[in-house]
Design a protein around this ligand. Sequence first.
Ligand SMILES: *Cc1c(COP(=O)(O)O)cnc(C)c1O
Length: 402
Amino acid sequence: MSKTRDDHRSATRAVLAGRREEWTSRVVNTPIWRGSTHLYASEEERQESLKYNEDGHFHYGRRGAPTQWSLAEALTQLEPGADGTMLYPSGTAALAGAMMSVLEPGDVLLVQDNVYEPTRSIASGLLKRWGVEARFFDPADHDAYAAAFDDRTTAVMLETPGSLTMEVPDIPHLSAIAREKGACTLVDNTWATGLGFAALEHGCDISITALTKHAGGHSDVMMGAASAGKKHYAKLRHTAQSLGQCVSPDDTALVSRGLRTMPLRLQQTSTSALKVAQWLQQRSEVAHVLCPMLEGSPGHELWQRDFTGGCGLFSFVLSGQTEAQRSAFVNHLELFGIGYSWGGFESLALPFDAARIRSASAWPLPGWREEDRLGIRLAIGLEDADDLIADLDRAFAAIKHS
Ligand SMILES: *Cc1c(COP(=O)(O)O)cnc(C)c1O
């Protein structure tokens, strides 16, 4: 065991990746190596070790141990084109760490308008204090995007699909323009992961995922990762080490365990999500279904062109109902919990107000009725899709006359 081969498909990779014999000692999943201090055999060996700052060498707890190296290597092998992966204590820490690794005071960062809300906050808060100017752009307006670059623009922050509203940006096009202008491209690839969207092969330089979601898979651990080719991996590593970023071996083992079944869970939740989305599309209470995997949904063509997989997360927009009706609908759901996050085995529902978290693009989307604006995001878990549909049906019936 166990290097993956180039011709292995992703499910096989997810089973084999990162399980080097020197890290596992031949148990199947990598054991938990706890430790801050590594003892050297002699002062000469300690002196010698100072020459290296590489993955896979014991030095001190912050640089990890086999538990962390194994997960990082597995994630690298699941992100086509990556040479290395840094682990962070949350997805948000990965986003902040990745942005800080490519930006300096005085730089301009272009940020897709519908990114995850904390990404927006990092860009307009922490990075502003750090002397970086964030400019938000509408991912559908390619001319305005190209015009937003100037000679201080060094990086572009993308996410696919956009959080909550789920529009799929044309990443090959956006990243090609960035490259032409000498800027690097970062993408939040949490939704599809490297299994469903080969971000680096579609022109991005750094692919970031919240492992809290699909890799963890059981709503009981927080972690994040950023994967990149050699040049950007070195920057990620240097910045993460400067910030003292590290992850616990216990959490890492949970994520490694989740990773082995991730392809199966992604497949199942995608299938169920599409079934639920198709059902919602027929409902008179629903004005729009925002699910890249669904024909007729915004971004479906780009999803079909660029992605090899989906996941269980999508949104829909109510047809003119009030906020009180939306709250009542969510309260009547029995199988869907009300809560943040997603990618676990259980289904969740989250009302959202998109207009509050965008500044460069319209909500409702162009061409929609003004009253069709209240959204609900569904994270479809591993329950039977027909039970979930029955639950949604009951909740619609309950609010009919409210
Ligand atoms: C949840 C999420 C994150 C952040 O992950 P945390 O581990 O919760 O910090 C980042 N990006 C997207 C798209 C997410 O949904």
